[in-house]
Design a protein around this ligand. Structure first.
Ligand code: NAP
Length: 504
């Protein structure tokens, strides 16, 4: 348990809506930030009187952010000064930009704040110095990193503030800075900001207060908590935190799992991970590695497990005493549900469509089981080289349809390792219609969805048993959990928690 606070920031155009949101925020907030700048100007005095009649024990923080600092109001400096002169009583704290700081002295917790909405100032230390010497009880700096290592300067300021017992709120906004919001309290930040609900964020990168408490346990974790995360670009869509965090809790482990946007992998490993060169101590225990870093990570590892070496891609890194070891759990994740649903694979004839990272893990695992594999890919040169590497046959994708319809009895299983059927551009696409699948014994579409992908729907229409990618995702995640922790993964819990968060 740390001593930090969760501040839920609420924004609404009318006083009634704002009061309703304040009531709603009480469930999770230690402090509620009332964003007066969101209100229509005719609503400000209404809200002030509603707040003075409010029966609530939650601490209220008044904010009237200027537009150039990311606020919603275009009020002039005179209007903002008038606002602060009119504020009194009831408020635990006030968030004051530098240009109005001197105006207000009416609360015991004055937060002097500055926001950079486009980048991270090069002179951040000097800015902090100026702000923290104003006499403000708390200093807050918010910056906008483009990549994770851009957050280092603000994180180092937190360490510096801790050393001299100054109250500091460091915020790195956007996806690249989300980790600072989650780990801040564990490392001594005075407060972290959260949104009331998804879609109700008052600044980029805010996590809902419910997730901050229930998923990330931001007030329970501390600097000794082991930090795990999925590293990739993009990463915002990752559901892995909802699978791994409940598992850590269930197994009583002091650990947390984050989505970590990493663009420049080399910089990240050098400046934040490797013991000899890292600039901060975050206590990383390992990573799940996703696109585009599954191959690039290999040169940074101290050891690579033989399966990952043979597949040529690493999706899991475990860090022990500063040493990084790479694994691949995709092959295990892929083959486990296939064997459970289809049975033995020895001598079964399998078509794998695609020649990307997932296809490599599939072909490796199938060959290990003694299956006869043919790779079908649209890029003949790439597909052929890949098939040769694993001792599989190769055919161009255009041949697959005729092969299935003419030689249906020669193929047992179809594995689709392309993005067709995935949310987005290819959502409604299937490589095959039901009548083209006749003769197959099993269809496996790696795309993970709650509902059937178009290919699975076609397979079902043809009466062919079929599975999607959800079981693979869970099986590979369980294996990762076991590699990192040495503890058996709570599979049912991980499945339920993941499914609950999957888009319907
Ligand atoms: P990837 O490395 O980008 O490879 C995708 C492959 O699909 C490439 O060979 C690509 O061909 C081919 N492809 C793309 N569009 C195509 C089209 N319109 N027609 C025919 N082929 C096409 O991606 P990946 O990481 O292997 O992922 C592939 C799929 O597996 C994705 O849907 C992903 O979500 C899924 N997956 C699921 C899990 C799980 O746990 N369930 C794990 C990993 C991946 P080119 O080589 O010619 O570009």
């Amino acid at each position: 348990m740390n001593r930090g606070k969760i501040c839920v920031s609420v924004c609404a155009e009318t006083a009634d809506e704002m009061t309703a949101k304040i009531k709603q925020a009480e469930e999770f907030a230690d402090v509620i930030e009332v964003r007066f700048d969101c209100l229509r100007s005719d609503q400000i005095s209404n809200l002030k009187s509603q707040i003075s009649n409010l029966k609530s024990d939650v601490l209220l923080l008044a904010t009237h952010r200027s537009a150039e600092q990311g606020g919603k109001s275009a009020a002039s400096i005179q209007k903002r000064k008038e606002f602060w002169r009119s504020i009194n009583g009831k408020y635990w704290g006030a968030d004051l930009e530098c240009d109005v700081f001197d105006i207000f002295n009416g609360s015991p917790n004055r937060i002097i704040s500055q926001h950079d909405l486009v980048g991270v100032p090069a002179d951040l230390d000097a800015i902090y110095e100026r702000m923290s010497s104003t006499g403000a009880e708390i200093t807050k700096l918010a910056v906008t990193p483009n990549d994770i290592t851009d957050c280092l300067s603000i994180w180092k300021l937190l360490e510096r503030a801790n050393d001299v017992h100054k109250q500091f709120i460091p915020i790195a906004m956007g996806d690249a800075g989300k980790w600072t919001r989650i780990l801040g309290l564990a490392h001594g930040a005075f407060m972290t900001y959260a949104s009331l609900e998804a879609g109700d964020e008052t600044a980029p990168g805010q996590v809902t207060a419910k997730d901050m408490i229930e998923v990330y346990r931001v007030k329970e974790i501390d600097e000794h908590s082991e930090v795990f995360g999925v590293i990739g670009d993009p990463i915002a869509q990752s559901l892995s935190p909802y699978m791994h965090n409940p598992a850590f809790v269930d197994r009583g482990l002091n650990a947390v799992f984050l989505s970590i946007l990493v663009k420049d992998l080399d910089e990240f490993i050098l400046r934040m991970v490797k013991p000899k060169t890292r600039e901060v101590e975050l206590n990383f225990g390992g990573f799940s590695v996703t696109m585009p870093h599954k191959q690039a990570i290999m040169k940074h590892l101290d050891a690579i497990d033989p399966t990952a070496k043979a597949i040529g891609a690493v999706n899991t890194v475990k860090i022990t005493d500063g040493k990084l070891t790479g694994y691949n759990t995709d092959a295990h994740g892929f083959i486990t549900p296939l064997k459970a649903n289809f049975g033995h694979l020895q001598d079964s004839r399998v078509a794998v469509v695609g020649a990307g990272g997932a296809a490599r893990a599939c072909v490796y695992a199938l060959k290990q089981e003694g299956a006869e594999v043919t790779v079908f890919a649209r890029d003949a040169a790439k597909g052929k080289a890949f098939a040769d590497e694993f001792g599989a046959k190769f055919s161009e994708i255009s041949d697959l349809k005729s092969e299935i319809s003419n030689l249906g009895s020669d193929l047992d299983i179809l594995v689709d390792a392309t993005p067709l059927g995935m949310k987005g551009q290819y959502e409604n696409d299937s490589l095959f219609r039901a009548d083209e699948l006749k003769g197959l014994k099993f269809v496996y579409d790696l795309v993970t969805k709650i509902t059937d992908t178009p290919l699975i729907a076609e397979a079902k229409k043809a009466g062919i048993p079929a599975i999607g990618g959800l079981d693979m995702l869970i099986a590979q995640g369980c294996k990762q959990f076991e590699i990192w922790t040495g503890v058996e993964a709570p599979e049912d819990l991980m499945r339920d928690s993941l499914v609950a968060r999957m888009p319907k």
